[in-house]
Write a protein of this length. Structure first.
Length: 426
């Protein structure tokens, strides 16, 4: 990579929505996308950049392999970007380590690795007294069955280092664990990237209660911004988040408890600079840790949080990652409500998508994101990678924002045909 080709920003992972943000905030900087080869091919990243953003560059790298960031740094000793930013969960550890090697702001490789691994995070939570469900590492189906019989009631089996609810399953009866274990360990046919190897699996007591996430911007180990967002997940054995709510009327004591627990956990990891997203279930008034990540919250949550708090969340985050000043906002509540919803679409091949522009034009609607097109296949919603469409809306109250989001979601029609019919040619 020659001196005149040096990128100003490295984005680890891939997401088309990032380039407009980078351009809005930093102008015509050059961006280097570091993307796993399978993802680059699946999303035709090289063709997209050549057609629409030719000034930017793609570097294909299996960046989850050991020493990937260190080798990348040694291969490109003259690389001097202003920021290294992870786009999704898969790139968090690589971005943190590369930032260390370059001497620029980042999470820190050890904190990033802890947050990316539920097993490590649970061990740390136990050590500092942060509440979490009773859990254990399951090295075999027999381990999982023994734990379920010990605790009684429903349990959750999950991989330690995947994201987006992938592989997470609620099991009501120990007799059903062998089948759930088989699904958990079988593989990732629709994720676009392979699972991390070797995988570790957890089994935990299922906790029941209201779900929340804390979303915290940290700069040099100090909190600059905090948010608490409510969540509702799908029913059934796969708990996939369907609705997110940023509510101005969240009880202050609950908000303070969640933020305090989050701060304690973040401090325990030693996290330096970036966003930390932590998910909780409040059972009988007590927050219970579910999982975390050293990145921005996913989906449309950044949009919801920014519009509810009247903060340019993306601008503050990118400024922090570039070492620019970020003023502390303090623990102020949102000034209005914002709601995000996910559309329930029957599995099958998409035959038509209509109503998108009508949905976008409705009052209060912030965004309508349709992630499928005619000819694509919609899968059963067992992880966030299978979401077909989302909407985000804002209002003075949660009721107003929910109504706006619900009406927009209803306006979007995604028609599918069962795959069996397509294959049979009927």
């Amino acid at each position: 990579m020659s001196a005149d080709q040096q990128p100003d920003v490295i984005l680890v992972g891939y997401g088309r929505s990032w380039l407009p943000h980078v351009r809005r905030l930093w102008g015509d900087v050059r961006v280097l996308f570091v993307v796993e080869p399978t993802v680059a091919r699946a999303w035709r990243v090289r063709e997209y950049l050549a057609a629409d953003w030719p000034q930017h560059e793609l570097y294909e790298l299996d960046y989850r392999r050991p020493l990937a960031a260190d080798l990348f740094h040694l291969w490109h000793p003259d690389l001097r970007p202003g920021a290294v930013v992870p786009i999704d969960d898969t790139g968090v550890v690589f971005a943190a380590r590369l930032s260390e090697r370059l001497g620029i702001p980042g999470a820190g490789s050890s904190p990033a690795a802890i947050l990316a691994d539920k097993w490590r995070l649970r061990q740390l939570a136990d050590a500092v007294g942060v509440g979490a469900p009773q859990w254990r590492v399951a090295r075999s189906v027999a381990d999982a069955v023994a734990f379920a019989e010990q605790v009684g009631g429903e349990v959750v089996v999950k991989p330690s280092a995947r994201a987006g609810s992938s592989g997470v399953e609620i099991v009501a009866d120990p007799a059903d664990i062998p089948a759930a274990w088989d699904r958990l360990t079988r593989g990732l046919p629709d994720q676009g990237v392979g699972r991390p190897e070797p995988e570790t699996y957890l089994v935990e007591r299922r906790v029941v209660g209201a779900q929340y996430s804390t979303n915290t911007l940290v700069v040099d180990g100090e909190v600059r911004f905090e948010n608490v967002t409510g969540a509702q997940v799908s029913r059934g054995r796969h708990p996939v988040p369907l609705t997110h709510v940023v509510a101005p009327d969240l009880p202050p004591t609950l908000s303070a408890e969640l933020r305090d627990q989050s701060r304690q956990l973040i401090a325990a990891t030693g996290f330096r600079t970036g966003f930390v997203h932590i998910e909780w279930i409040v059972e009988n008034g007590t927050p219970q840790l579910i999982e975390g990540a050293g990145r921005l919250p996913g989906g449309l949550m950044v949009l919801l949080i920014g519009h509810a708090h009247l903060v340019d969340t993306m601008a503050e985050y990118l400024a922090a990652m570039a070492g620019q000043p970020v003023a502390p906002v303090g623990p102020r509540p949102p000034v209005r409500a914002a709601v995000g919803m996910t559309k329930d679409v029957p599995p099958g091949q998409v035959t038509a998508v209509t109503g998108v522009e009508a949905a976008r034009s409705r009052p209060g609607v912030l965004e309508v994101a349709v992630l499928v097109a005619e000819g694509d296949q919609v899968h059963e919603l067992v992880s966030l990678s299978h979401v077909a469409a989302r909407v985000a809306a804002v209002g003075e109250t949660v009721e107003q924002a929910s109504r706006a989001a619900g009406e927009a979601l209803a306006a979007v029609e995604i028609t599918t045909r069962p795959v069996e019919e397509v294959e049979a040619g009927t």
